[in-house]
Ligand binder design. Structure first.
Ligand code: GDP
Ligand code: IMO
Ligand code: MG
Length: 449
């Protein structure tokens, strides 16, 4: 390509300079091990958004939104689907289990979510999760348990196997399903055979699966677009508010998380670019969501975990139960080492600190501020899980405010000790805190600036 062409807009042929890059996208990302309250933050921002997009993950995510006393949980659908004025987009980086998608939509429709199918756009490049991927997810967990004495504690939604199919170039995409069905069927059969050769106990009723997939494909067809071109037009048309809803979280990222106890996608900021076809130049605000303490579902190192009365209190007061699997979440003190690490990768422009209200009853509150190895502080976050298991956490201790904060709606409504806790976190991460959550519902969010 010569220089002149490189400067031309792909769609219109118009010249475009780097200063005229188009609309900026706001990205919301989990800064811990998931379940930070991303759904709630996205819902808050979605009331003014034109587009709300998912860029990675699948229905391993579970995002809760509480509006007018009604609680919705979203897994594959972007949380912005609640807003009748915004379009929801499932990008190419997402892996889609079609039965799960329609089940989720139908369930929420019964709760009052109207017209979601008309507001949903699905990228033709997104990969499909099949029922057998979910079965294989379970088989792999059993195998891990048998071979290594421990598993990952996946959601068994087929996420790892589906991304493996994608990476090994045998996966099937939405565009394949909507294309020549004979060709799709042949490739589906090959994929099944490939998995059966790895897992001889795997039985798949291929004809029944293909029949169901054909039915789903017709329901899906009206929603499918070329995701890249759709996003390009959204970025370069009239001013638009575009929101990206991250799923899972930094410490579950396949590259940066606590590997191998991670998910199989990039849950950090790069995932927004690769999962939607957004140039880095179009990334605007990157909001990190962090709980005022730490939780984790599944297996893996967790340096500030509290296997004691504090952990139990956080679990029960915080209703810390997984939205997708119903498992109890492990709980511990806020770990600022991991939030700072998430910031190194994502470059947060602001933080939403959620669930401050859960700490209301504590006499004292601790915050992990550094890790030590053999008595010496380490400046980085260890890659090796054996090392992470061994770190000693250095804590700062704060007096509890012992006051109900759930009715606070502005900064001045918060007790001085809570303000002190928040300011410490802000200074330690080096990123402004823009919101503080004090309850489940949309209005329980203090906006700081
Ligand atoms: P996500 O996966 O990051 O969207 O988070 P989840 O929905 O899995 O988990 C967060 C849980 O905390 C949900 O039950 C939310 O309703 C709840 N929640 C979010 N923010 C707050 C808050 O500020 N205070 C309280 N008490 N609950 C909150
Ligand atoms: P949201 O978007 C919490 C965890 C699982 C498991 C590991 C791998 O609601 O924050 P997977 O099924 O992805 O292969 O499981 O990742 N995990 C999550 N934990 N919140 C999530 O999503 C999660 N998504 C995956 O528990 O330990
Ligand atoms: Mg969740």
């Amino acid at each position: 390509m010569n220089h002149k062409n490189a400067n031309q807009s792909a769609a219109t042929g118009q010249k475009r300079s780097r200063n005229d890059a188009g609309n900026k996208v706001t990205v919301v990302l989990g800064a811990q091990w998931g379940d930070e309250g991303k759904g709630k933050v996205v819902d808050l921002l979605a009331t003014e958004a034109d587009f709300v997009c998912r860029c990675q993950g699948g229905n391993n995510a579970g995002h809760t939104v509480v509006v007018d006393g009604k609680e919705y949980d979203f897994h594959l659908l972007p949380s912005g689907i609640i807003n009748p004025k915004s379009v929801s987009l499932i990008g190419n980086g997402v892996v889609i289990h079609l039965p799960g998608l329609f089940e989720e939509g139908d369930k929420n429709e019964k709760k009052g979510l109207k017209g979601w199918e008309k507001r949903l756009i699905v990228s033709d490049r997104a990969h499909l999760v099949f029922d057998f991927h979910q079965v294989v997810d379970g088989l792999q967990e059993t195998e891990r348990q048998a071979q290594e004495g421990k598993n990952i504690g996946t959601t068994k939604k087929g996420i790892g196997p589906a991304y493996s199919s994608k990476a090994s170039r045998t996966g099937l995409r939405v565009c394949d399903l909507l294309g020549d069905f004979k060709d799709f069927s042949a490739r589906f059969k090959n994929l099944v055979r490939q998995y059966q050769s790895m897992y001889p106990s795997l039985t798949v009723d291929v004809e029944d699966q293909l029949k169901k997939l054909k039915e789903y494909s017709e329901r899906l067809r009206p929603m499918v677009r070329d995701g890249v071109y759709y996003m390009y037009e959204a970025l370069h048309g009239p001013p638009k508010k575009i929101l990206v809803e991250g799923a899972n979280a930094a410490l579950l990222d396949i590259d940066f998380g606590t590997y191998p106890f991670v998910t199989s996608s990039n849950c950090t900021v790069g995932g927004a670019c690769t999962g939607l076809g957004i140039p880095p130049l179009n990334i605007g605000d990157v909001f990190g969501v962090a709980k005022a303490y730490t939780t984790r579902v599944g297996i893996g190192a967790f340096p500030t975990e509290q296997l004691n009365a504090v952990g139990e209190l956080l679990q029960t007061r915080g209703h810390e139960v997984g939205v997708t699997t119903g498992r109890k979440r492990r709980c511990g003190w806020l770990d600022l080492v991991i939030v700072r690490y998430a910031h190194m990768i994502n470059g947060f422009t602001a933080i939403a600190l959620t669930k401050l209200d859960i700490l209301d009853v504590l006499d004292e509150i601790k915050v992990g501020v550094a890790y030590k190895l053999n008595g010496k502080r380490i400046p980085h976050f260890p890659a090796n899980m054996d090392v992470l298991q061994k770190v000693e956490v250095e804590y700062e201790t704060f007096p509890g405010w012992k006051t109900d904060t759930s009715a606070a709606r502005k900064w001045n409504d918060l007790p001085a000790k809570a303000q002190n806790y928040i300011r410490f976190i802000e200074n330690h991460i080096g990123v402004p805190i823009k919101w503080v959550g004090v309850g489940k519902s949309r209005e329980c969010m203090i906006q700081m600036f």
